[in-house]
Design a protein around this ligand. Structure first.
Ligand code: G6P
Length: 397
């Protein structure tokens, strides 16, 4: 694992600093660092991508392009040296290209969870149209000679149109997810994806194994290998998470979690089927049922932030873990009245996550497959001054 260097440098950020500093930077991802909901307005976006990029952009002026729905209000103009640029998404495209092609086809394919792949040719048509529209927009705005740094599966096809319209741009693509060649081979537009990947100047992945998977996929589907293809793992903001150790607000919040009695374990995940949450709860249930764990000795607070609502697999998983937690809490009661398993599905700001982690004795990071699990790094940095346990599954990246 690469947890960044002790000085707090971030590998992806360092790679960027070494790139030509005179070139303007354009970042493209599905979400901007802020996401709109009618209840909360513009709030920090979920997921590891935004956490990973935030610190990397601190020192350098950049434009950040990301999707927003057609009827969302305009986002804030930007933050620090980064200006936000919206790529508008109509309802139809959002359903077909994002919920469909991205989340129901590409997401399980990249994670190698083949049995979850669903496909529809109208989703792929919408996915390609969206790439063409976005590329036109970026091509009109990107300053001459910019580096365009594209993130994740939502935008793989951008290279086609951008190369044609703007040969002056340097194009990079980064996979925050794992990559699975066999999963991608299942997709109806596998050849087109492989060709597009070959049109980037640089393709980066989290692990060397993921880079091998990209090479295998591209070569077996008629694409050219990109000139640079290698693992450039993301890191996290070491300094920020270390500073939380001396933050009085974090301390005060942490005291609220520290009920007496046994070990407190934490889990911090998006409620995604790749995160292995049902299995984690089954494991805890078995230990309790077998009597190897006593409810007064152990409790788990699991943040399982609700995500991708309206997609069957996500709603089912959330319902399953809710049932599982209720079953455990019903069968195994603690003498202090606290539930053994507490599920939190609302988004949690970083300070509150830090407080929960500071109050805990261990973290359970047990995804089925992750690109690079940043929570594991954050937990280690935050608790470097006291004994804690980090239980790390093999799928953590
Ligand atoms: C991961 C992916 C991102 C994605 C995020 C949240 O970090 O790599 O591309 O944005 O999850 O997923 P969502 O579908 O809610 O944007």
């Amino acid at each position: 694992m690469n947890a960044g260097t002790p000085s707090g440098r971030i590998p992806a950020a360092s790679a960027l600093r070494r790139s030509r500093p005179d070139r303007h930077l354009c970042v493209v991802s599905h979400r901007l660092p802020v996401t709109y909901t009618p209840d909360l307005g513009w709030e920090r976006s979920p997921g590891g991508l935004v956490s990973a990029l935030d610190p990397a952009l601190r020192d350098r002026p950049a434009l950040w392009f990301g999707h927003a729905n057609a009827d969302d209000p305009d986002p804030p103009p930007g933050r620090g040296k980064t200006q936000y640029r919206v790529l508008r998404l109509g309802r139809e495209r959002s359903v077909r290209a994002i919920d469909g092609a991205c989340n129901r086809s590409l997401w399980p394919a990249l994670h190698g969870i083949v049995e979850r792949i669903e496909q529809d040719d109208s989703w792929w048509a919408a996915y390609a149209d969206l790439a063409a529209t976005n590329a036109r927009h970026i091509a009109t705005v990107a300053p001459s000679g910019s580096i365009v740094w594209v993130h994740d599966y939502h935008h793989i096809l951008l290279a086609d149109e951008l190369r044609r319209r703007r040969p002056d741009l340097r194009l990079g693509f980064f996979f925050h997810t794992p990559v699975d060649a066999a999963g991608l081979a299942e997709l109806h537009i596998a050849d087109r994806l492989a060709t597009a990947l070959g049109r980037y100047h640089v393709v980066g992945t989290q692990t060397p194994g993921d880079a091998d998977e990209v090479a295998q996929f591209v070569e077996s589907h008629g694409g050219d290998l990109p000139p640079t293809l290698r693992s450039i793992p993301v890191g996290f903001d070491v300094a920020r998470w270390s500073e939380f150790r001396n933050d009085p607000v974090v301390d005060a919040l942490a005291r609220r979690h520290g009920a007496p009695g046994g070990l407190l374990a934490v889990g911090v995940d998006r409620a995604d089927y790749t995160k292995g949450l049902p299995t984690k709860l089954v494991a805890i249930e078995r230990l309790l049922d077998d009597g190897r764990l006593h409810p007064d000795e152990f409790r788990l607070v699991q943040i399982a932030t609700r995500t991708r609502a309206g997609i069957g697999a996500y709603d089912e998983m959330l319902a399953e873990i809710r049932r599982s937690a209720a079953r455990v809490n019903e069968a195994h009661r603690r003498s202090d009245g606290e539930p053994v398993v507490r599920l939190i599905t609302e988004p949690h700001p970083p300070r509150e996550v830090a407080a929960l982690m500071r109050a805990s004795d261990m973290a359970l990071v047990t995804p089925i497959r992750d690109g690079m699990n940043l929570v594991a790094f954050e937990y280690a940095a935050l608790n470097a001054d006291r004994p804690t346990a980090l239980v790390l599954g093999q799928g953590a990246g």
